[in-house]
Ligand binder design. Sequence first.
Ligand SMILES: Nc1ncnc2c1ncn2[C@@H]1O[C@H](COP(=O)(O)OP(=O)(O)OP(=O)(O)O)[C@@H](O)[C@H]1O
Length: 258
Amino acid sequence: MLKVDQLNIRLSGRPILADVNLRLHPGELVALLGPNGAGKSTLVRTLAGELHAPANSIHFADQPLGQWRRSTIARHRAVMPQKVDLQFPMTVEEVIALGRPREKPEQRGRVIDALLERLDIEHLKTRLVPTLSGGEQQRVQLARVLAQVWDQPDPRLLLLDECTSALDPAHQQVVFGQLRQLASAGYGLLVAVHDLNLAAQYADRLVLMKGGRIVADDSPTSVLTPDILKAVYGLSARVTMLPEGYPLVIPTSADQCP
Ligand SMILES: Nc1ncnc2c1ncn2[C@@H]1O[C@H](COP(=O)(O)OP(=O)(O)OP(=O)(O)O)[C@@H](O)[C@H]1O
């Protein structure tokens, strides 16, 4: 569904992404990991079409990304940026409706209600978004992003940049459980996240970045090893295999200068 070949991006004259190669298949949930400044958001923004990529370095559904019409790709690819700061006095349902601007109100209402329930924000439906807590707002923004591709034809790609960073542990589980269900329904998901254990629990594959490069791309068990964590994050950690079948990372200390 998504193919990235030898992607290089420079910003303000600095190389930010170097030789990035990536594949994402329908039905896969891939977590994008790496220390602050590794290049995760830059990669997400490039795949979102926000930053210009060299021709033919990115293909979506076998077509060069630059050749997709904006209005067409909007039904197949939705993006949640790292920072969304909505200050307009709009209600939760109005914000989610932004994801489906050209739909009959009745059908749109059904989609909104389904997403309100799945993200546990039904009780917030008529509240003004700027008055919500950080974690409540994050779930509303995720609902808006999901609304864009909900009930649309395949392929469907979600690019989510730290969509659970403000959530309490229970809501992190709720959201990742929903993302897992979307993967089972055939969506491809690339999710930038800092929480190694959430990634280990829910992702099929972990793509680990450092210094603008992909340094590991494999199963959670293969990527989350003490040696790799030390080399990439400067993090000392114990890693235990859980009976559930995925690793648990227990950080013990960090180098001052990784
Ligand atoms: N417009 C820009 N001009 C110059 N450098 C930039 C620009 N945008 C980002 N960078 C740099 O590119 C590097 C990668 O940034 P990016 O936001 O992609 O990292 P990240 O992995 O998402 O980090 P974090 O985990 O902190 O969100 C950083 O060193 C950042 O300072």
